[in-house]
Design a protein around this ligand. Structure first.
Ligand code: XCC
Ligand code: SF4
Length: 621
């Protein structure tokens, strides 16, 4: 495959050319080396949950139809799906746990490096949970909020707080199906239990547990991550900044923060402003310190501070290949194990910081939350010391960069609308906006980088569908210029007029992947305002280049919340026609929404528009 066929992004194409010329292996080469992928794995028909196996089911010929224990294709495929959901939910929710713990530390010893940047949001949460606020300090109130958050991870078995944000009909539906999540950790553990040898065998019963677990992510762990990150680091407001590899500087110390948790990246942004460090950088011959983001932790600091974003998932190796990165600081999730090897070809130091994610070949500097600012400065110092090692002769920073407007939290959207949802509802009712689509999720080298994200978004806005985005999808749109108000020119007349009146782009960046919880909150608010269920709304979602187990959890809570969700390729379930039918058809009668699978982004848009029009008709719009 030619390099320009691997990505639509000109910056990526150039760095791929450089990688090829210099003999540096990237994710695309490793994908090629893996061909052909294991067909049993692709279909979800292999199981290694016990030592009587590993077993595989022959989907075609007269090979075995049962594992050694007697498990059939339905059981094996659904157990795998449930484990994927559990892993994805665990990733989001364990990230959420770290935010809860940082929040609790701030409540306990107010003097630490984490402060409450948004006390208003903290008070709003207190009132949502009926926590008394009169005559109490913000610390006392925060302690009560953190008690509730900690309980949510446990096993008290009460309904998760944020599920009460969903429309009453949706809550009642979940209760009647027996899928009210009872505890964030509990659901993940129960998934692991029920999918071990000789426990749950029924694919429907297993899928219901997958649904319950995904809800504990979307309306639990992820929502806690978002809400308390906003309290600690500030609720995003409209910001402007730059995106793509062109944000790297040829004269400054370049530090790329990559991973997921803002507890690290947010502090790094402030630590880098320290005059002592700046002085040190100048002594080493640099003109300054340039902090850039990558993937979702990049989205966190982009949303809150307008920090430049160097790229999305498939650009992590390419950023190092520019030869201009002094340090890539990583925490958890979506960090390719290949990074230290790629960095070995250059002066770049990969610095791992989480006890949960250690990378052989990287420098490990454990991030101490109790001493956050000091650790952040220490890490930045390592990057500065590395600047003189940069070989300017091997530096090649693509000039490609693009501006963005972001920061569309629920609060920002309401603010832009003048304090109420009414103008948005009116635009939907009048038909100038036909509906709303969320495009989320990753890159995957099996798909030309960003191609599906951009083609789908363009097709939707052209047809007057407002697009909201998170994660690597949103970074793709930033790089393609879709997050600029001028992108309204690419939108249909109705949507363009609304965007111009409000001064916003037709594609709204709502944050990192845990911030898909913001999309749920908006969906619930619209449904509540109209007095209907989420599944009645002209609303849809898509993950058109997904790769992570987290995307499976997100897709499942979207569908379980009533949102029709389009994927470009299926998770490994096709080996079970019963499970496949349940997900793509049967679920309609259960949760009021289904998954659809379509590889072509223009056809994906067609499916979404068809769905939106069907819902509009049913609502009498
Ligand atoms: Fe990871 Fe969140 Fe996927 Fe991007 S979109 S590749 S999960 S960074 Ni979440
Ligand atoms: Fe095989 Fe059953 Fe063991 Fe899975 S649980 S490896 S299907 S015997």
């Amino acid at each position: 495959m030619k390099n320009h066929e691997k990505s639509i992004d000109p910056a990526s194409q150039k760095m791929l050319d450089k990688a090829y010329a210099e003999g540096i292996q990237t994710v695309w080469d490793r994908l090629e080396a893996q061909q052909p992928h294991c067909g049993f794995g692709e279909l979800g028909l292999c199981c290694r949950h016990c030592n009587m196996g590993p077993c595989r089911i022959d989907p075609f010929g007269n090979g075995p139809k049962l594992g050694v224990c007697g498990a059939n294709a339905d059981t094996i495929a659904s157990r795998q799906l449930v484990r994927m959901i559990a892993a994805g939910a665990a990733a989001h929710s364990d990230h959420g746990r770290d935010i809860v713990l940082a929040f609790r530390a701030a409540a306990e010893h107010g003097e630490g490096d984490y402060k409450f940047k948004d006390e208003k949001k903290l008070l709003a949460l207190a009132s949502e949970f009926n926590i008394p606020t009169e005559g109490r300090t913000i610390q006392e109130i925060a302690l009560d909020v953190s008690d509730i958050a900690l309980d949510e991870y446990g096993m008290r078995g009460q309904k998760l707080q944020f599920t009460k944000r969903a429309p009453k009909v949706r809550q009642d539906l979940w209760t009647s199906l027996g899928v009210d999540p009872r505890g964030i950790d509990r659901e993940v553990v129960e998934c692991m239990h029920r999918t071990t040898m000789g426990v749950d065998t029924d694919y429907v019963n297993l899928t219901l547990q997958g649904i319950r677990t995904s809800l504990s992510d979307g309306w639990g762990g992820s929502m806690w991550a978002t809400e308390l990150s906003d309290v600690l680091f500030g609720t995003p407001e409209v910001v402007k900044g730059w995106s793509n590899l062109g944000v790297l500087s040829d004269k400054e110390v370049n530090i790329v923060v990559h991973g997921h948790e803002p507890t690290l990246s947010d502090i790094i942004v402030f630590a880098a402003r320290d005059p002592e460090l700046l002085k040190k950088a100048k002594e080493k011959g640099a003109e300054g310190i340039n902090i850039c983001g990558m993937c979702c932790t990049g989205n966190e600091i982009l949303m809150r501070h307008g920090v430049p974003i160097a790229g999305n998932f498939l650009q992590q190796e390419l950023a190092i290949i520019t030869g201009a990165v002094e340090a890539m600081i990583v925490d958890v999730q979506c960090i390719m194990p290949s990074l230290p090897t790629v960095a070995n070809c250059f002066h770049t130091k990969v610095i791992s910081t989480s006890p949960k994610a250690v990378f052989p070949g990287a420098t490990h500097v454990p991030f101490d939350e109790k001493n956050a600012m000091e650790t952040a400065k220490q890490i930045i110092s390592i990057a500065i010391d590395n600047y003189p090692n940069r070989n300017q002769g091997r530096v090649n920073i693509p000039s490609d960069r693009m501006g963005y407007m972001a920061g569309f939290s629920v609060e920002t959207i309401l603010g832009a609308l003048g304090g109420t949802l009414d103008p948005l509802l009116d635009a939907i009712k009048s038909g100038s906006i036909r509906g709303i689509a969320g495009i989320v999720g990753c890159n995957n080298p099996k798909v030309r980088q960003d191609h599906n994200h951009i083609a789908l978004a363009k097709e939707l806005i052209k047809n007057n569908v407002l697009v909201v985005e998170t994660g690597c999808a949103a970074i793709a749109s930033a790089k393609a210029g879709l997050l600029l108000p001028e992108a309204a020119d690419m939108a249909g007349e109705g949507l363009a007029a609304v965007c111009r009146a409000l001064g916003v782009p037709p594609v709204l960046h709502m944050g990192s992947c845990v911030d898909n919880s913001r999309v749920l909150v908006v969906a619930a608010a619209i449904a509540n305002a109209l007095g209907v269920d989420i599944s009645d709304l002209p609303l849809a979602a898509a993950a058109p280049e997904w790769m992570s187990e987290k995307a499976v959890a997100i897709g499942t809570y979207a569908v379980s919340s009533g949102i029709y969700t389009v994927l470009n390729s299926p998770p490994p379930v096709l080996g079970s026609s019963n499970l496949t039918n349940l997900l793509t058809a049967g679920a309609e009668g259960v949760v009021g929404a289904v998954f659809a699978v379509e590889a072509d982004p223009v056809k994906q848009a067609g499916l979404i528009i068809e769905h939106i029009e069907k819902k509009r008709t049913a609502l009498g719009l």
